[in-house]
Structures are given as structure tokens and as C-alpha cells.
Design a protein. Structure first.
Length: 84
């Protein structure tokens, strides 16, 4: 079960990061277009905003899950890693 949870957190990080980077890139390209080209564009800014919000939500949820997994794992304790 632990391996599956770790894999899901990793996939969430990857998907969230990809969606966030893609939406920032698309918004940058949208800004660089001329006003006439923006009117003819098939990708509207609200679509980019929704993808950005979903991606950042997924990214932060995965980071929160990763932090809780690291806190609950006793083998990641700082005292255990220090030499005696």
C-alpha cells in the first residue's frame, strides 16, 4: 500500500507540474499575440486559467501528501540519521 501511495503522489506531482507549466506557457503565448489574433484564437484565457488552477491544486495536494508521508515515516527521523 505504501508503494502505491508513493506512486500516486509522484504521478500527482508530475501531472500538476505539467499542467501548471503548460498553462503558464499558453498564457505567455496568448499575451504575445496581437489583438486581432487573440479574437481568432481557439484557446480562450478562461480555459488557461482553469487548467492553471487545477494544476496548482493538484501540485499542492501532492506536496501536502508527500509532507504527511515523510512526517509519518519513523525512518526519516533526523535523530536516526545522525551518527553516534
Amino acid at each position: 500500500m505504501e508503494l502505491q501511495n508513493g506512486s500516486l503522489v509522484f504521478m500527482g506531482l508530475i501531472i500538476g507540474l505539467l499542467m501548471t507549466v503548460w498553462s503558464v506557457w499558453m498564457f505567455w503565448l496568448y499575451i504575445r499575440k496581437s489583438r486581432a489574433a487573440r479574437k481568432d484564437s481557439s484557446v480562450r484565457p478562461w480555459i488557461i486559467l482553469i487548467i492553471f488552477l487545477i494544476g496548482t491544486g493538484d501540485l499542492f495536494k501532492s506536496l501536502k501528501d508527500l509532507k504527511s508521508m515523510m512526517d509519518s515515516d519513523p525512518s526519516n527521523s533526523v535523530e536516526d540519521q545522525m551518527p553516534r
